[in-house]
Design a protein around this ligand. Structure first.
Ligand SMILES: [Zn+2]
Ligand SMILES: [Zn+2]
Length: 260
């Protein structure tokens, strides 16, 4: 598997981090873990085709994780040359409970976006799947498991492909479900929104993350979803993690790349 962090930040842009998005290649599969603002532009800069994406996995419905799903759905109705596509390639969209209602409210029942349904018939090239806790999906040789985490109905995902494994936390407070889902994983991609003295909302700081990593025992931890307050303070994350468990630590920036 290959991981490219497209967006390692939050809703507040910095020169090195913006909205959440993580691109995963596994065999012929091309997955997006979250689809926040700027993700399509990062793909364009890296020459990654949005037409080749096979699945999008949304962790929750906050704007910094979903806003690029709308241009993605629209562009898939075209060919890469920009002509109407009579048979667009299927795109799977996984998300937590509420995914169908989210798309209904924002597309089907929205007079300004509903042409995506009426004219472009997005439902004909999209398979929508609401994940249930701990239910396993097998597709394209990938084993996908999800677990609820502590963040506005959000979920974390575990991907396994040919012996390699990756867990993405999405946004969350400290979560026992996350620890269980990620047990022994090769690469743990976990949020670390704020330093502990400035921690707000349903998130973790470097201190909780250090505890999580000590229990999960991943080979590599990729730290993501950093708010701008972390700029020039990232070394503190590395220090906290090194004190709790020895593994490779990558504090992600946009376009950080990793082979699993
Ligand atoms: Zn969130
Ligand atoms: Zn977020």
């Amino acid at each position: 598997m290959k991981l490219i962090v497209l967006g390692a930040g939050s809703i507040v842009p910095t020169p090195s981090r913006f909205g959440s998005g993580h691109y995963v290649e596994a065999g012929e599969s091309r997955l997006l873990l979250d689809c926040g603002p700027g993700v399509l532009e990062k793909m364009r800069n890296l020459s990654l085709s949005p037409f080749k994406l096979t699945a999008v996995l949304l962790t929750h419905f906050h704007i910094d994780h979903v806003s690029d799903i709308f241009p993605l759905l629209k562009l898939r109705a075209f060919t890469p040359e920009g002509l109407p596509n009579k048979s667009p390639q299927k795109l799977r969209i996984f998300g937590p409970r509420g995914l169908k209602r989210f798309l209904e409210i924002l597309i089907d029942n929205n007079e300004f976006f509903s042409y995506l349904k009426t004219l472009m018939r997005y439902e004909s090239y999209v398979d929508i799947e609401e994940v249930e806790p701990w239910r396993v999906f097998e597709f394209e040789g990938i084993r996908l498991t999800s677990a609820p985490v502590a963040h506005d109905g959000g979920v974390a995902y575990r991907l396994e492909y040919q012996g390699a494994s990756l867990v993405f936390s999405g946004d969350t407070k400290f979560s026992e479900n996350l620890v269980k889902l990620a047990d022994g994983v090769d690469v743990l991609v976990h949020e670390c929104s704020f330093p502990h003295e400035r921690l707000v909302g349903q998130h973790v700081s470097e201190l909780e993350l250090a505890q999580i990593v000590a229990r999960v025992k991943p080979k590599t931890v990729v730290v993501t979803h950093l708010y701008p307050v972390w700029d020039h303070e990232e070394y503190r994350i590395v220090q906290a993690l090194e004190q709790s468990y020895r593994c490779k630590v990558v504090v992600a920036r946009d376009c950080t790349e990793l082979t699993i």
